[in-house]
Design a protein around this ligand. Structure first.
Ligand SMILES: [Zn+2]
Length: 284
């Protein structure tokens, strides 16, 4: 009897461990040769074609070790064509050194030209500076498959790159948009008013599916809802400013119940209000 109970306890412990590990990362096939790799709360995208792979966002050293293993699982003996930084922020990019160690130290890193000085200033060995930078658009070729990289303007950071796969009609956009989630906390490193123009330009890319740096993928309607959210937010805060409310009063009273079921609304919506308030107050 005692033996049986020990076996059951051991099985429960094993199940709990397996479940925790499976939640740490997840690779989801979005289309043929196109994968979302999730590490904890961060996503990267990798594209495999003709014996080559491109990784957009190596995330972190721990993530990159797992990502390398996942790439080899779905595409054994593939060559890493390039690493792309969606933008310069460390939480999406510091796996680059590990990916180079895994696949070759000469692997080029591609980023927007505004990212170069910022990455160099950080001086982190896990975040090597880009070898190739561009201004408006560049294209990586994997055999006949195009991975287009677009700079749509300042949004979250001044160097945000959106990847677009024309054959698959898939886009990958990080941090400045997401799937039915309010903006990240107090909208750090957001640039207004250009942010509004940049999210509008996302519609110019002919995607059908869009993968995000955080959360689940979406579609064109997902982007329309993001645009509507930020327009409604600006309108509501503009009214609060016009009514003479202080920032604290606006944070306490401005609400958009339409978005109350979005993720992070309870935690971050007030911080979004404060960020827009500060922008509007500073711009008069
Ligand atoms: Zn960021």
């Amino acid at each position: 009897m005692r033996v049986i109970r020990y076996v059951i306890v051991a099985l429960v412990a094993l199940t709990a461990t397996t479940s925790a590990q499976s939640q740490q990362f997840e690779t989801t096939q979005i289309a043929d040769g196109v994968y979302q790799f999730r590490w904890q709360a961060h996503n990267s995208l990798f594209v495999v074609h003709a014996g080559q792979v491109v990784v957009i966002d190596p995330i972190s050293s721990d993530a990159a070790r797992q990502l390398a293993s996942e790439i080899r699982r779905v595409a054994p003996s593939v060559n890493l064509r390039a690493i792309v930084y969606s933008h310069d922020h460390a939480d999406h990019a510091t796996g680059a050194r590990v990916l180079r160690e895994e696949f070759g130290m000469a692997t080029p890193i591609v980023a927007h030209e505004n990212a170069l000085a910022k990455v160099e200033a950080v001086g982190d060995a896990d975040l090597p500076p880009p070898d190739i930078t561009f201004v408006e658009r560049t294209t990586l070729h994997l055999g006949g498959k195009e991975v287009q990289l677009h700079y749509l303007g300042r949004s979250h950071s001044d160097n945000m790159v959106v990847a677009f796969l024309p054959d698959d009609r898939i886009a990958f956009a990080v941090d400045f948009v997401s799937n039915d989630r309010v903006g990240f906390r107090g909208l750090p490193d957001y640039h207004f008013p250009e942010f509004y123009e940049t999210i509008g330009r996302l519609r110019l890319l002919d995607f059908e599916t869009i993968v995000f740096g955080h959360g689940p993928p979406g579609d064109r309607a997902t982007i329309d809802r993001q645009i509507a959210y930020y327009e409604d937010l600006r309108r509501a805060v503009t009214e609060a400013v016009g009514a003479g409310l202080s920032e604290d009063e606006a944070a306490a009273s401005v609400r958009l119940p339409r978005y109350a079921d979005w993720s992070a609304y309870d935690d971050w919506f007030e911080l979004n209000v404060r960020a827009i308030y500060q922008w509007l107050a500073a711009s008069g």
